[in-house]
Design a protein around this ligand. Sequence first.
Ligand code: SF4
Ligand code: SF4
Length: 335
Amino acid sequence: MNIYLKKIEEIAKEFDNRTITIMEVCGGHTNTIMKYGIRDILPKNIHLISGPGCPVCVTSQKDIDNMIALANSGIPVASYGDMMHVPGTKLSLAKAKSLGADVKMIYTATEMLKDENKHRVFFGIGFETTTPMTAYLLEKGICVYSAHKIMPPPMREITTKTKVDGFIDPGHVACIIGSKVFDELKVPQVISGFKKEQIIRGIYKLLVLIKEGKNEVINDYTEVVKEDGNPKARKIIRDNMKLIDSEWRGLGILKNSGLEPKNDKINAKIKYANILKNVKSFSNPACRCGEIIKGLCEPKDCKLFGKVCTPQNPIGACMVSETEGACGIAFKYVK
Ligand code: SF4
Ligand code: SF4
């Protein structure tokens, strides 16, 4: 038996049946946790919930509808693969493409630099991990519709809305922003790697912090995460993008939680404001993605899960990514 699993069993008893709720913020961690059934091998009073760490899931319905509106108005656009399949109010980008809109699916941001159409709009999504590449495109003059977000604000929001005793922090995000930034949350946290042994060790270390009442951050991923993160990546973001209030699926508008181009000329939201001002968005009322992102319910609690909503026919954003979306991962490993 994993030595840390044994230690977790011992420390769990010391909580006297009090349930401890730990949120793994990042979809990458959720993937490992579900793949190896880590939730099922933990003591009953140690409860793991998934957080807002999938870039596809947290992108607002409005941003998706806006991109579809651009494509349908004859503006060539490009998007990463998973985003193509997230349902907007009426259709997805993939569906718009099948109906004739110029929507290009790309695997890496640098494909934008080789595109023959220099007016193509790049749909920038994701956290600090993918933002440096978008900032690089902006530096090269590419027009961007930015739905980029930064990670600490939703974690702060979750601490006020959900009973979370501690966080497993997002490892790749921490690699860019550094470990120090998480201190301000004043909650027990462990920055962990993505292997199952690392996550189990991280859970144990987090339980020790919770037990001792220490609102500290342990960096347990020092081989990748430094205290100050990656200054070069942070600089290119700072040079090309500015902080804005941003809308998150399930969490609403969070102050200073998003990034958009500093240069208005290549900011698609400004350049194409005329097209975007008439876009109306509504999300499917039966879909519980908003609650999933906040850790308030699990995929199986949604009555559409696995029946109406599947990876082949996603009704909500959380079903689209099978590597980072809570419903997509649960469908793959749990059913
Ligand atoms: S990009 Fe990396 S750190 Fe961010 S949510 Fe995805 S797996 Fe986690
Ligand atoms: S199962 Fe589908 S509809 Fe339900 S919360 Fe998940 S993604 Fe949304």
